[in-house]
Design a protein around this ligand. Structure first.
Ligand SMILES: C[S@@+](CC[C@H](N)C(=O)[O-])C[C@H]1O[C@@H](n2cnc3c(N)ncnc32)[C@H](O)[C@@H]1O
Length: 234
């Protein structure tokens, strides 16, 4: 690994003592980001906001634990959000089209992430042959997955359509009792596509969509142009 290729982003825990994966007093995770890369090479603000929302929720809910939660992250990029969830105690499957940077960041954080908590798999949302219920991406039965995380992945039409199809497949076709948290950033050139996605969700009578309101977000990690929605089967 050449240090010229990467720069590090350090994200601190609010409450390092909640971090169940570490036996030491490490107070942050350190994510390697790539200088010369496509959109998958950096931690996007939408994922920071979602990570901090989840951590904050646990703090204000008297340390409601994330242990025993099985979480899948779609379009994980650097792996930050999934690794963050693993440090909070969840069992996590990190997915993307390419796993190189994710694997690198898992190694980079090996002191705080126990490998029992994290696995990786290539998952292309456009590929419906991967939609399997018995062992989703060779990991766990779909019915054992509690939460799907999708951060800053609403940026091209084909992908957005595929994400919508995937959500429908999990929550409606398979009738899974789990939830999706989707975070995204307002961008003028993507606004119409994202609006169409939100309308599709809102008009689907089998889905319940809730916007996470300002009060529930971490006070230091929120911004008017960043949003989180929660989607469940109703
Ligand atoms: C803007 S980045 C967001 C990365 C990360 N979730 C974050 O918020 O920091 C979008 C991610 O979606 C992934 N992606 C794009 N199309 C995909 C597809 N068809 N299947 C799986 N992942 C895809 C990209 O590789 C990239 O990592």
């Amino acid at each position: 690994m050449s240090s010229e290729e990467y720069f590090e982003r350090v994200i601190h825990f609010d409450n390092p003592q909640f971090n169940i994966s570490t036996s030491t007093s490490i107070d942050s995770i350190r994510i390697l980001q790539k200088y010369d890369s496509d959109e998958s090479g950096v931690v996007w603000d939408a994922s920071l906001m979602l990570a901090k929302y989840l951590e904050h929720g646990r703090s204000i809910n008297c340390n409601k634990s994330f242990s025993n939660l099985s979480v899948v992250e779609l379009g994980s990029g650097t792996g930050f959000l999934g690794i963050w969830m693993a440090t909070l105690g969840s069992s996590v499957l990190l997915t993307d089209l390419n796993l190189t940077l994710i694997e690198l960041n898992l190694k980079h954080n090996k002191e705080i992430v126990c490998c029992d908590y994290v696995q990786t798999a290539i998952f292309d949302w456009l590929d419906r042959t991967s939609y399997q219920t018995d062992k989703f991406l060779n990991w766990k039965p779909l019915k054992h997955i509690d939460l799907f995380l999708i951060s800053d992945c609403l940026y091209y039409k084909e992908g957005i359509d595929a994400i919508y199809q995937f959500i429908q497949w999990v929550l409606i076709d398979c009738r899974m009792d789990c939830q999706f948290l989707v975070s995204y950033e307002d961008r003028d050139d993507k606004a119409e596509m994202v609006q169409n996605f939100l309308e599709l969700l809102a008009n689907n009578k089998y889905l319940e969509v809730t916007t996470i309101v300002n009060d529930q977000l971490h006070p230091e990690f929120r911004s008017p142009d960043l949003h989180i929605i929660k989607i469940i089967h109703c």
